[in-house]
Design a protein around this ligand. Sequence first.
Ligand SMILES: Cc1cc2nc3c(=O)[nH]c(=O)nc-3n(C[C@H](O)[C@H](O)[C@H](O)COP(=O)(O)O)c2cc1C
Length: 399
Amino acid sequence: MTTTPLPQNPLDPRCFRDVLGNLPTGVTAVTAIDSEGAPAGMAIGSFVSVSLDPPLVAFYVGRGSRSFARIRTASSFCVNVLSSDQQEVCRALSRPDDEKFAGIQWDAAPSGAPRLAGSTAWVDCEFEQVTDAGDHLHVLGRVHSLDATPTLPLVFYQGGYGKFAPSSLVAIPEPDVISNLLHAELARAELEALADATATDCIATAAVGDQLIIVAAARKSPSATVRTRVGQRSPFVAPLGALYALARDADVETWAGPAALRLSAAERLAFAAKLDRVRKRNWSLTLASAAQRELETEYLAYSATDRSPAHIERIHELAHAASGDYEPADNALEGPRPVRMISVPVMDTDGELILLLSTVHNETRMHRGAVLDHVQRLQSSAERIAALVHANRIGAGSS
Ligand SMILES: Cc1cc2nc3c(=O)[nH]c(=O)nc-3n(C[C@H](O)[C@H](O)[C@H](O)COP(=O)(O)O)c2cc1C
């Protein structure tokens, strides 16, 4: 038998974590009332059911955990299986902080340990045994009472949160699919005309959940070599999709998503300035650069894969590096700059953003004036598409 040599040293901590991060885990919160009478708790992903007779459960805890030192001062603890709505609870309980319970609602389990509101299940235990397990402790608990209110549980995988859902629930909701297909169909002729008039590739993009998806495309760029862009998608993360962020009333926190925690004060201000600029302009501009190209290549790959959290994290990193190319200030457009994409919103009569209409450029060097000319063309096309969508709705209503 031949074995493939391991690509990296398996004892390297990063490699150890990355490889074992491929195992999805449920997330629990282990809680207790400490010897001072205060609630203590921590997020635990290593919880496991051990034995039915006697009823035993276990988890592993880092030796240095301050929260566990407090939990250990009690004789009982409660394991709360977190539901998919409890990401914030999980974040709060995994911070090294003594005030983890501020804002968390709970009542007392039969042992007195905190039972968190909204959990999928709770398991009330007394300490049976605590033994050494490398740099962790192996904690065995004897179960005294337990119950469940089945809701979809929180799942942790490759450093990201998700939820377990039967595959039938994972599909995009039908109304989203139908309305986007309809808008794409109605936009098609206008996209073709715009592509002809501007000799660029034109695309229509829809936001579906946390993704931006190209739903229609017309190709006219002389050097276009790629296959159709329809179906390409990227995660909806700052600095991508600023027009959608505004349509959803997102602030910097919401737009940046999980990356918000890592933003410096200066970066926060820069993102806020981008949103402000796009709000005033009502158009969006992406310049071309090596970093922007790298980001684009990554989200093309993302479209073709199963879109794992590790992939999304990589896009977050690259988006961060390329953020200077998105929504540049007016003074950055005084000299000609290589342009990648110009977008305008297509609004329906209720003021809802239904599509983004964009021209994709092969790094054409443009002044601000040329960009504005392009914006005007795009806006006229967007108005015509909006009128078609409106007429179609009236037609559907009266038939
Ligand atoms: C999803 C998730 C699972 C975790 N699982 C464990 C675990 O099984 N064991 C552990 O010791 N820490 C685990 N942690 C980390 C602890 O929650 C965190 O280190 C601890 O609460 C930090 O604060 P402390 O020093 O006050 O204990 C996990 C964190 C998260 C986000």
